[in-house]
Design a protein around this ligand. Structure first.
Ligand SMILES: Cc1cc2nc3c(=O)[nH]c(=O)nc-3n(C[C@H](O)[C@H](O)[C@H](O)COP(=O)(O)O)c2cc1C
Length: 532
């Protein structure tokens, strides 16, 4: 039998509260009764509030009890993570990935017993093809020279900290990352929020210049060459990077709300305190591929000859090929390009952008690599890559597909103690990593966490050495697509058999690949719009 009590049901919990309150009255002033009465009175007030408010229909139908739902929603990620998740579950990073990072960061045992938990017969399963004769003299600190022809070339580690601003991350997190980078001799990207006091812990800096030109802007928000030169010439700055887009939110600007623009953040960004801090969706310093390259050349020159390049998530393919045409036309070649994948992380972004806008890392990386090979300039431009690269296998595979080095953002957040609670956008990060709340970030001990950051880097690079040696190679740059295979339903293919790789100068000679040929025809050096 079904009960139809639409009206009375709403009041059940409220009634219980009132009855409890009334029942406790005769016992007053005994202490337990007083407490009970206080609780019942509070519940009654809450129930009345729930009934009278108009925002949540759930609470109007289920006063008091409805609050349980909000509470459970709040702790759902934690319940799932602690009680329900298997080792291969959990997104964006599964438990297995996270545990290895934690273990490596803490210097604990990172080995696994008993064998793989992965389904090696599943379609899309990938592996490295090892050699019968592993290399015995592998490079233990593989590095790559960026901007070899610049006045101040930079010898970079092949694994570095990807862009994350002071603002998205706490001051203590930034300090720990930079001190970790100093301990481990690798680079730390500032993110677009400027080169702050917290970054000045001695670690090599990649100074990222976003569309807000934070730290190098005029009061009207345009780029200030003079302010740029002041900081870019500091010894700690090793590379200068123009941010065109980021994989998690390409083509989307950003706002740091006024309430979060503290004195410290205002100082780092060169903006007024307590005023909304806007990152426009596009740059004001350039509007065409040629102008972009001229801007890069200007940064290189004003920094005193430091390598300069740009970071982007690939989108409309003729735009990137337009930049390639501009390189040929002007003779200006960026020292590096960082490719970010749509799978990349962010402090906050709309769901449509994180899920469905921008090319995933693997496709974007191969496209950029092919384009540079195809115009005969690949040996002059170094390519960095970012997008869920947290293990030695991830680095090796990404380098085989065309990257010269890799960056990680969230990998290093885990090394700082991030537990993937996914509260970055609420300012309520439980581990003090992605918050500006002074009380929360105090929990993050800079000394201890900087050592973890350095250890995570060192042990991952060490593991990469073992992986590279197993392939019979001495340096990760020797990895090629043929070293990796993938299961495709019932067959197996090496990456060089799956993907199309252009030959040197093939775009210039007129490729027979229809996709590249038609896109090359659309690309323009003088405009991001397609030809015709
Ligand atoms: C909290 C957070 C803040 C970020 N801020 C920036 C930024 O300021 N500039 C930028 O270019 N990318 C930013 N990113 C993107 C990362 O630099 C990186 O490209 C992307 O997350 C992919 O790397 P991952 O998968 O290792 O996290 C941010 C990512 C995170 C998680």
């Amino acid at each position: 039998m079904q009960l139809h009590l639409p009206f009375t049901r709403r009041y059940i919990s409220l009634t219980i509260a009132v009855v409890l309150a009334a029942a406790s009255l005769p016992f007053l002033p005994a202490q337990p009764a007083l407490a009970l009465f206080a609780v019942a009175a509070l519940l009654t007030a809450l129930g009345l509030h729930d009934l009278l408010q108009r925002r949540h229909s759930l609470l109007r139908n289920y006063p008091i009890a409805g609050h349980l739902r909000f509470l459970l929603e709040e702790v759902r990620p934690e319940i799932r993570q602690y009680f329900l998740e298997s080792d291969t579950d959990g997104t964006p990073f599964n438990r297995s990935n996270r545990s290895v990072i934690y273990a490596r960061a803490k210097g604990q045992l990172d080995k696994r017993p008993f064998g793989t938990q992965l389904d090696v017969n599943a379609s899309d399963f990938e592996w490295l093809n090892h050699s019968i004769a592993p290399c015995t003299q592998v490079e233990t600190d593989p590095r790559i020279v960026i901007g070899p022809d610049c006045a101040q070339p930079y010898s970079a580690s092949i694994y570095n900290i990807s862009a994350m601003s002071f603002g998205a991350l706490s001051a203590n997190a930034i300090r720990a990352l930079n001190r970790g980078a100093a301990l481990g001799r690798f680079a730390h990207d500032t993110g677009e929020g400027g080169f702050s006091v917290h970054h000045r812990q001695g670690g090599d800096i990649i100074w990222e210049i976003g569309s807000g030109y934070f730290g190098c802007r005029n009061p009207d928000g345009t780029f200030s060459p003079e302010r740029f030169a002041e900081q870019a010439r500091e010894d700690q700055v090793k590379l200068v990077e123009v941010k065109l887009s980021q994989g998690a939110k390409p083509g989307h600007g950003g706002v740091l709300p006024a309430a979060k623009v503290s004195a410290e953040i205002a100082q780092a960004r060169g903006v007024p305190i307590g005023v909304d801090c806007i990152s426009p969706a596009r740059h004001s310093a350039f509007a065409t591929p040629i102008e972009l390259l001229e801007f890069v050349a200007q940064l290189r020159e004003r920094s005193g000859g430091k390598p300069a390049g740009f970071k982007l998530c690939i989108g409309l393919p003729w735009e990137f090929l337009g930049i390639c045409k501009a390189m040929l036309q002007t003779g200006i070649v960026p020292d590096f390009i960082v490719i970010d994948g749509t799978e990349g992380g962010t402090g906050a972004a709309p769901l449509e952008f994180t899920d469905h806008i921008g090319v995933p890392l693997r496709d974007g990386l191969m496209f950029a690599h092919n384009a540079l090979v195809g115009i005969g300039l690949r040996d002059r431009v170094r390519i960095g890559a970012a997008g869920k690269i947290v293990s030695a296998f991830d680095i090796a595979r990404t380098m085989a597909l065309g990257a010269d080095w890799c960056n990680a953002a969230r990998g290093f957040m885990f090394a700082l103690g991030c537990i993937q609670s996914q509260h970055c956008h609420t300012d309520r990060c439980p581990t003090g990593v992605a918050t500006q709340d002074p009380a929360r970030q105090r929990a993050l001990d800079v000394g201890d966490k900087s050592e973890r950051v350095a250890r995570f880097h060192a042990t991952t690079v060490e593991a990469l050495g073992e992986v590279v040696a197993a392939a019979g190679l001495a340096h990760p740059q020797e990895l090629r697509p043929r070293h990796f295979s993938r299961r495709l339903d019932l067959t197996v293919a090496q990456f060089d058999q799956i993907y199309r790789f252009l030959g040197p100068g093939e775009l210039l000679a007129g490729t027979d690949d229809p996709r590249y040929r038609s896109t090359w025809a659309l690309a323009r050096a003088d405009s991001f719009s397609p030809a015709g």
